[in-house]
Design a protein around this ligand. Structure first.
Ligand code: FAD
Length: 288
């Protein structure tokens, strides 16, 4: 089912993101995680696409497993990295033939060790080109694209980045999922700026509960996401005990989601790093 058709529901959409494991044991562990979460009604789950190698095949493998064995609506991700136009077309055809109708459509990050993105030979340079390619190949694809409330790290300004986000929507993107953020004011400001520019598609906030200090340091460095002082202070106090860090992280994410939904966000997409416990804790907290 096209995710775009779900936004008219009279309740916020609830979705989860998984990443493809490196090994077959990892696939087994992911199946167990997904099973543990299958009692909760998720509107869809997504599966990220790696920078190269075997994890790319696992995106397809895990997506099919989640769809066919466990009955989830699944949105595989796809990036331009390392693919020619012809490969991307073949990939699109395969996903379509396998019954997938929703795709998260991305440029992708430069591979490890490289600092700038270089398109593959006869490849694509920007996500809006991939949106056009997928839509022209299969008009019934429903496409999500990434949005950056604190601007994409390579963009010279938020204004420029918003112009580029508009290109993706004009090319046919059906909805936007945001990069994670910890301060809701930043999301609402972003939505307002998008609307002022004529971007009318749903903008789904991406929420990641802090699960460890090491993880959050890396993410803040990579994404340029700001950690609010109030959250930082709480994490500093919790630091000696990882279990308390997780409690603080879940608590903050719960407050964020409640506020987002109360103020009209169309849903929330959870980055839970293939772990069942934080997703269960968030779902339980929101059911209260
Ligand atoms: P683009 O929209 O192409 O933007 C990249 C940069 O180029 C931006 O600075 C933008 O302002 C600029 N730009 C865009 N279009 C143009 C244009 N036409 N002309 C000039 N400049 C332009 N990465 C993965 O590898 N695998 C994943 O599965 C994955 N999933 C993600 C899911 C979400 C929800 C998000 C938000 C990100 C995800 N990423 C993933 C990370 C993403 O690939 C990186 O952030 C990447 O650097 C940019 O991808 P994009 O699709 O936003 O690129």
């Amino acid at each position: 089912r096209a995710i775009s058709s779900l936004f008219s529901a009279d309740r916020p959409l609830r979705s989860l993101e998984f990443f493809p494991p490196k090994s077959e044991d990892g696939v087994t562990a992911l199946r167990e995680t997904a099973q543990a979460l299958s009692g909760i009604e998720w509107d869809f789950v997504s599966v990220t696409y790696g920078a190269g190698g075997t994890t790319r095949d696992r995106t397809a493998q895990v997506s099919s497993m989640l769809k066919d064995e466990l009955g989830f609506t699944v949105m595989p991700h796809l990036t331009c990295v390392g693919h020619s136009r012809t490969e991307l077309e073949a990939h699109a055809d395969r996903l379509h033939a396998d019954g997938f109708r929703n795709i998260m459509t991305l440029r992708g990050d430069p591979p490890k060790g490289e600092t700038t993105f270089t398109p593959a030979a006869d490849g694509l340079r920007y996500a809006n080109e991939l949106v056009s390619l997928l839509k022209s190949r299969h008009a019934d694809f429903c496409l999500g694209v990434g949005g950056y409330p604190e601007k994409h790290p390579e963009a010279t300004s938020l204004e420029v980045d918003l112009d580029n986000l508009k290109r993706k929507v004009d090319a046919g993107a059906d909805f936007i999922t945001t990069q994670l953020f910890f301060d809701n004011a930043i999301y609402f400001d972003f939505v307002e700026k998008c609307r002022a520019r004529g971007i009318t598609v749903p903008i789904v906030p991406g929420i990641m509960p802090v699960l460890s200090l090491k993880q959050i340091q890396r993410i803040v460095e990579l994404s340029g996401t700001r950690l609010p002082d109030a959250l930082r202070r709480r994490l500093d106090v919790a630091a000696p005990d990882p279990a308390v860090v997780e409690v603080i992280g879940i608590d903050w994410a719960l407050d964020q989601i409640r506020d987002l939904v109360a103020r009209g966000a169309p849903g929330y997409h959870l980055y839970i790093l293939n772990r069942a416990r934080p997703a269960l804790a968030l779902a339980a907290g929101l059911a209260a």
